[in-house]
Design a protein around this ligand. Structure first.
Ligand SMILES: Cc1cc2nc3c(=O)[nH]c(=O)nc-3n(C[C@H](O)[C@H](O)[C@H](O)COP(=O)(O)O)c2cc1C
Length: 197
């Protein structure tokens, strides 16, 4: 399984990275991690090139990321909640994925590989209603545009106080998500082999 991860956290070994590391340790495959804060990319300028041609007019580090997305079997987004949404650099990256949304206008979405998707979120505040809603809307939407079936998500609150390694429900949630992805991926591989005969 080719796994492509987008990490939207600013902090090395912050809560997001710990969630991700734990998740990735429970799943087998080749892993490529993109750190949104390390990217040198321009924001989408809505030039509408992608309305007519597959690709982006802005030739920067996103070009390589498009290739990685096209090859991936599983796409994982991980982000802290910043002001009820994902972090700014991750949002800049996601806006550059407009090229996948525009596949509807170009009428070439059928050519895109179907994938699995998931996301991991953490919020520093103690749990409150709709703490993750803004981020969930953004990430569910973009996974759909990437043709990645969202198979699950993990949301952890109170991360400014909680100690990741001691948060048993969080560890179990992440383990369950990894197990679910493993099972679905294996079923897909088996059914592809059956079809080949
Ligand atoms: C600019 C900023 C905005 C934040 N906004 C929220 C918020 O709206 N809700 C929340 O629960 N936590 C919020 N937090 C707390 C972070 O989600 C929390 O510290 C998280 O653990 C950071 O992720 P990291 O440990 O991977 O760096 C915010 C933190 C920052 C720096």
């Amino acid at each position: 399984m080719r796994i492509l991860v987008f990490n939207g956290s600013a902090r090395k070994m912050g809560f997001t990275e710990k969630m991700l590391n734990f998740f990735l340790a429970k799943i087998e495959g080749t892993v490529d991690i993109i750190h949104a804060y390390d990217l040198k990319i321009s924001p989408c300028k809505d030039c509408r090139y992608c309305w007519h041609k597959r690709g982006c007019s802005e030739k920067d580090e996103m070009q390589e990321i498009y290739e990685k997305i096209d090859a991936a079997d599983l796409i994982v987004f991980a982000s802290p909640v910043y002001f009820h949404s994902i972090t700014g650099p991750l949002k800049v990256l996601i806006d550059r994925l407009q090229v996948y949304w525009a596949g509807v206008l170009r009428d070439d979405k059928d050519g895109e590989k179907e994938k699995l998707g998931a996301f991991l979120l953490c919020g520093g505040a103690p749990a409150f209603p709709n703490q993750f809603l803004g981020a969930e809307i953004v990430l569910s939407g973009v996974l759909g545009d990437l043709r990645a079936e969202c198979v699950g998500q993990v949301r952890i609150a109170n991360t400014d106080k909680a100690v990741f390694e001691e948060d048993i429900p969080a560890l179990l949630d992440i383990e369950c998500l990894a197990e679910k992805i493993r099972r679905i991926h294996n079923l897909k591989v088996d059914s592809r082999q059956d079809r080949k005969g």
